[in-house]
Design a protein around this ligand. Structure first.
Ligand SMILES: *Cc1c(COP(=O)(O)O)cnc(C)c1O
Length: 419
């Protein structure tokens, strides 16, 4: 459920017409709904309420906007971060360091050092090598780094290959069969407090069975470690729950997911940790765009919009689907290809799709663009970095400025010796 609805024939974010935002900020522009974000955060928490002890860390990479992070901090969410840059955003948003989980396969020495100094709550180690390095860094600073070991369970998440992370051929975590040995050795190191295991098998998961299989395997590993006398007090189940991208599409709900987790983890006696991203932010945002022109071609007409793959990369990267709707639909439809202006054929949002009829100058929106949208934006083709807006009831505010090509150009220089 979200708060982007037609009212008086016009698409609104909560009580604000998207056309009003487009008029003032220009297009393309991302628009987030505060009520939708809050609702998703609460629904996800509620879905886990039957579990005895829960920690939720929002996956910052899905939408790192400072206002979004502040809102989630107020909802009691911590953060799952994958770089020092994300860590600093979460801290700036007011998330306590103790509620931040640091994930990622390539944390540098500088990042590990900064995170130890900041007092980050949990490091999800992706290798024995990383654990050894972190132990040295923490010990040298007279600190102890609290850690979980990320395990690769070799389970197929049955999602797009580029967002699968839990198969043996993926770079993430330590192989399942090596995990007990690595956990044992790292537990003996000064500077480290090994307290648990972590797993994250992929994103946009639409079938709960692979997650169930992975969690069952993690439970077996937990028991094996405890049988050796090692302590396991925390189990981090990552994120990955999918969201509907097409109107009417049915996916497992947070409640289905919570029930599955409660079933698998009965009697585990651990704090369960979660790192949801997309399920919180996906349906909370749209990308508003203007139709530049409609070009007739050999086949279906080409609807050329002013948003492009640099603003919303998912279709080009993962063949992802985003519903495309007119901001003021006439009731007519057309079959068309929807494309951006970038000089790449992958700058395509939809082919041969039945959409609301649009013409040059009309506003339209790509739905479910709140996750992995603005955060992946770039300036390819010397385009601006797309701005972001948050709506709250009747109010709205710019929460990230458009960064103009001139600003980016100003950071470049021609060396003297070239002239
Ligand atoms: C990307 C990622 C997440 C969030 O994934 P979603 O599909 O957005 O929920 C959580 N944990 C880790 C380790 C990740 O890499």
């Amino acid at each position: 459920m979200d708060h982007f609805e037609l009212r008086n024939g016009e698409l609104h974010a909560e009580n604000v017409p998207l056309a009003a935002i487009a008029r003032e900020v220009g297009t393309p522009v991302y628009v987030y709904s505060r009520a939708t974000l809050t609702r998703h955060a609460q629904v996800f928490r509620e879905a886990l309420s039957a579990l005895p002890s829960v920690h939720i860390a929002f996956a910052v990479k899905s939408n790192p906007n400072l206002a979004v992070l502040r809102l989630l901090a107020k909802e009691g969410y911590g953060a799952d971060v994958v770089s020092e840059g994300e860590m600093n955003r979460a801290l700036k948003a007011g998330m306590p360091a103790a509620d931040i989980v640091f994930s990622g396969v390539g944390k540098t020495r500088a990042e590990l050092t900064a995170a130890v100094k900041a007092g980050i709550g949990q490091f999800n180690l992706e290798s024995e090598e990383e654990g050894v390095e972190l132990g040295e860094i923490a010990a040298a600073l007279g600190k102890t780094a609290t850690c979980a070991l990320r395990v690769n369970p070799n389970v197929d998440a049955k999602t797009h290959a580029k967002i699968s992370t839990g198969k043996a051929e993926n770079k993430f975590g330590v192989p399942y069969d090596m995990a007990a040995g690595i956990y044992t050795r790292l537990s003996a190191l000064p500077g480290l407090d090994m307290r648990g295991l972590a797993v994250h098998i992929g994103s946009q998961i639409g079938d709960l069975d692979p997650s169930r299989q992975a969690f069952i395997k993690m439970g077996e590993l937990m028991r094996a470690l405890r049988d050796q006398g090692l302590s396991v007090t925390h189990m981090d189940f990552g994120g990955g729950l999918g969201v509907p991208y097409k109107a009417g599409e049915q996916l497992p709900t947070p409640a289905d997911y919570g029930a599955m987790v409660a079933d698998v983890t009965q009697g585990w006696d651990v704090t369960l940790m979660f790192e949801p991203g997309r399920v919180i932010t996906g349906n909370s945002g749209v990308l508003v765009t203007e139709v530049v022109r409609v070009k007739q071609g050999a086949g279906h007409p080409w609807v050329v919009v002013d948003a492009a793959m640099n603003d919303l990369a998912r279709p080009a990267m993962y063949d992802a689907w985003h519903d495309f709707v007119a901001v003021k639909p006439s009731g007519e439809t057309m079959t068309a290809n929807v494309v951006g202006p970038i000089c790449e054929s992958s700058d395509t949002f939809a082919m041969a799709r039945e959409i609301d009829a649009v013409k040059a100058g009309d506003l339209a929106a790509f739905r479910t663009a709140g996750a992995y949208g603005a955060t992946m934006a770039n300036t390819y083709n010397s385009r601006a970095l797309v701005p972001e807006v948050m709506v709250d009831g009747d109010k709205w505010a710019l929460v990230a400025n458009r960064i103009e090509p001139a600003t980016i150009l100003a950071a470049e220089q021609v060396p003297e010796w070239l002239d």
